[in-house]
Design a binder for this molecule. Structure first.
Ligand SMILES: O=C(O)CCC(=O)C(=O)O
Ligand SMILES: [Fe+2]
Length: 164
């Protein structure tokens, strides 16, 4: 993958930052959902947060577990674009934020997005890993993804849109 870094990331990706503030839930709403379950559609997301935990990830078996992020550490999340580049080897984990402390939660996210076309590199395709995705323009996929109002459809958006 290293040989693609210059052409795919340095020359053809852009990053955006977003600061989130999650208001502390009322005391009778322990476990309130702060951010609905989703997968990130970018290449990679890097998150840092204050000391209020809340990020949860879903296992392939469907079990949610809280991630405890040590103070001063970053969280790195694989997005769907990187899943495509790895031809499905890397998993874009489903995650969400729940709130259970009487303290506001802050997180800062850096999202790395492809600018143009994404295509599985030929080195990622072999007998054991048949091609999973056709080449597609990332901005057009975003439109499709956003048009999926139904949560089930949104979960399968990548496969529906770009599945080979
Ligand atoms: O606030 C967080 O820790 C998670 C944010 C997130 O998952 C996202 O913006 O995609
Ligand atoms: Fe996310």
């Amino acid at each position: 993958m290293e040989m693609y870094y210059g052409s795919h990331v340095e020359a053809d990706a852009k990053s955006t930052f977003r600061l989130f503030k999650y208001n502390a839930p009322p005391s009778n709403e322990e476990g309130a959902v702060g951010l609905e379950a989703h997968t990130d559609i970018d290449i990679i997301t890097i998150l840092c947060q204050n000391e209020v935990q809340g990020l949860e990830i879903k296992s392939r078996e469907g079990i949610w577990s809280q991630v405890t992020i040590p103070k001063g550490c970053f969280t790195v999340i694989v997005g769907e674009a990187l899943k495509v580049w790895s031809n499905g080897r890397l998993h874009a984990v489903k995650h969400r934020v729940t709130l259970s402390r009487d303290e506001d939660r802050y997180s800062l996210g850096c999202f790395l997005l492809p600018k143009r076309c994404i295509e599985v590199p030929r080195e990622m395709v072999d007998e054991d890993h048949p091609l999973l995705y056709r080449p597609f323009t990332f901005s057009e996929y975003i439109f499709f993804f956003l048009s999926c109002k139904d949560a089930d459809k949104r979960d399968k958006a990548l496969e529906l849109y770009a599945g080979a």
